[in-house]
Design a protein around this ligand. Structure first.
Ligand code: ACO
Length: 311
C-alpha cells in the first residue's frame, strides 16, 4: 500500500541510498527529476551551438580536431541524459517537442554569443568549470540513472575545462592583441557563468525540496561561492584578471564573495529575451527538420530487422 511504499522511499532517502526506475517514488520527486534532467539534457544539446560556430574557423588542424571532439562529447552527454530522463516515463520525442516549441528550459549560459576564438577558451574554462562545480555533487544524486550518467559526464567535462584553460593560457602568453582578446572573453563570460548556478538561495523555489531528496547536495549560492574560490586562483596562472573588484573570502561565513550579479538580465534570458535565444531555437528546429530523414531511415531499418527476427 501507499504508506508502506512512501515509508520505504523515505527510508532509502534517509539512508542516502539510491532510488531506481523500478522503485516506487512520489509523483513530485519524479516530476522534479524529469524537469531537472530534461533541462540538463537540453542544455547539452543547445550548448553545442556556440562552439560549433567556431569549428570551421579554428586556428589550426589540431584545435579543430579537439573542438570537434568536444562538441561531439556534448551531444553524447545530451543523449545519456535523455536516456536517464526517459526512465522516469517521458519519451524523448516529447522532450524534443517541448524544446522545439520553446516550452522547455535550458541553461541561460548558451544564449550568449561566442564572438572570438578566445571565447572557446573562456567557455571551456569558465562555463565547463561551472558545470563541473555544479555536477560533481550530482554524481551522488539519489536517483540512480542520473547520478551514474553524471560520473562519466564529469570526467569528460574536466578534459573540456583543461582544453579551455590551455587555449586561454596560450593566448595570454601570445601577442598583446591575443592577450587582450583572452581578457575580453573572460570579461564577457564571467558574470553569465556565475549565473549558471541559478538564482540566489532566497529566490530558488526548488532548492529546499531537492536538497531534502538528496538530488541537490548544495545550494545555488554555496556552489557559486565555491566556484569563485577556484577561479580566483586559476586566473593568476593565466596572468589575466576577473572583472570583479569585490571578490574576497569572508572568514566568518567561510564563503567567497563577489560583485552582485544582474538578476534582471538573468530573468530576461530565462524569459527568452537573451542575446541569442531566438537564434538557438531556430537552429535547433532546422537541425531537427534536417534530421527527419535519418530518423525515418533508422525507424524503417529497425522495423525490417524486427520483421526478420519474427520470420
Ligand atoms: N538557466 C536556465 N534556467 C535556470 C537556471 C539557469 N542557469 N538556473 C535556474 N533556472 C531555472 C530553474 O530551472 C527553475 O525553473 P523551473 O522551475 O521553471 O523549471 C527556476 O530557474 C528556479 O531555479 P531553482 O529553484 O534554483 O531550480 P533548481 O533547483 O532546478 O536549480 C540548477 C537550478 C542549479 C541549474 C539545477 O537545475 C541543476 O543543477 N541542474 C543540472 C545542471 C544543469 O542543468 N546544467 C546545465 C548547464 S551545464 C552544461 O550543460 C555544460
Amino acid at each position: 500500500d501507499l504508506t508502506a511504499e512512501q515509508e520505504q522511499f523515505d527510508r532509502l532517502i534517509a539512508d542516502d541510498s539510491r532510488i531506481e526506475p523500478r522503485d516506487w517514488m512520489p509523483e513530485a520527486y519524479r516530476k522534479t527529476l524529469a524537469r531537472q534532467i530534461s533541462q540538463h539534457a537540453h542544455s547539452e544539446i543547445i550548448g553545442m551551438q556556440p562552439e560549433a560556430n567556431w569549428i570551421t574557423r579554428a586556428p589550426s588542424l589540431k584545435r579543430k580536431a579537439i573542438l570537434m571532439a568536444k562538441v561531439q562529447d556534448e551531444a553524447g552527454h545530451g543523449l545519456y541524459l535523455y536516456s536517464a530522463a526517459e526512465t522516469l516515463g517521458t519519451t524523448r520525442d516529447q522532450m524534443m517537442a517541448d524544446l522545439i516549441a520553446g516550452k522547455a528550459r535550458y541553461s541561460s549560459i548558451f544564449n550568449y554569443p561566442a564572438r572570438t576564438w578566445a571565447d572557446m577558451g573562456a567557455i571551456g574554462w569558465l562555463v565547463d568549470g561551472a558545470a563541473i562545480a555544479n555536477q560533481v555533487p550530482l554524481c551522488r544524486a539519489s536517483y540512480g540513472p542520473y547520478g551514474r550518467a553524471m560520473v562519466r559526464i564529469c570526467k569528460e567535462e574536466s578534459f573540456h575545462q583543461r582544453q579551455g584553460f590551455e587555449i586561454l593560457l596560450e593566448l595570454a602568453n601570445g601577442t598583446e592583441a591575443q592577450k587582450q582578446m583572452a581578457q575580453d572573453a573572460v570579461n564577457r563570460w564571467y558574470a553569465p557563468s556565475l549565473m549558471m548556478f541559478g538564482p540566489p538561495d532566497d529566490d530558488s523555489p526548488n532548492s529546499k525540496q531537492s536538497m531534502a531528496w538528496n538530488i541537490k547536495r548544495f545550494s545555488n549560492d554555496e556552489l557559486r561561492s565555491r566556484f569563485v574560490g577556484m577561479i580566483v586562483e586559476q586566473v593568476k596562472t593565466l596572468g589575466l584578471t576577473l572583472p570583479d573588484d569585490e571578490i574576497g573570502y569572508n572568514e566568518e561565513s567561510g564563503k567567497w564573495e563577489h560583485d552582485p550579479l544582474d538578476w534582471d538580465e538573468f530573468k530576461e534570458v530565462l524569459a527568452g529575451r537573451g542575446p541569442c535565444n531566438a537564434q538557438r531555437l531556430e537552429r535547433r528546429r532546422e537541425a531537427h527538420d534536417d534530421g527527419a530523414w535519418v530518423r525515418e531511415a533508422a525507424a524503417a531499418y529497425a522495423a525490417k530487422q524486427a520483421e526478420k527476427r519474427t520470420m
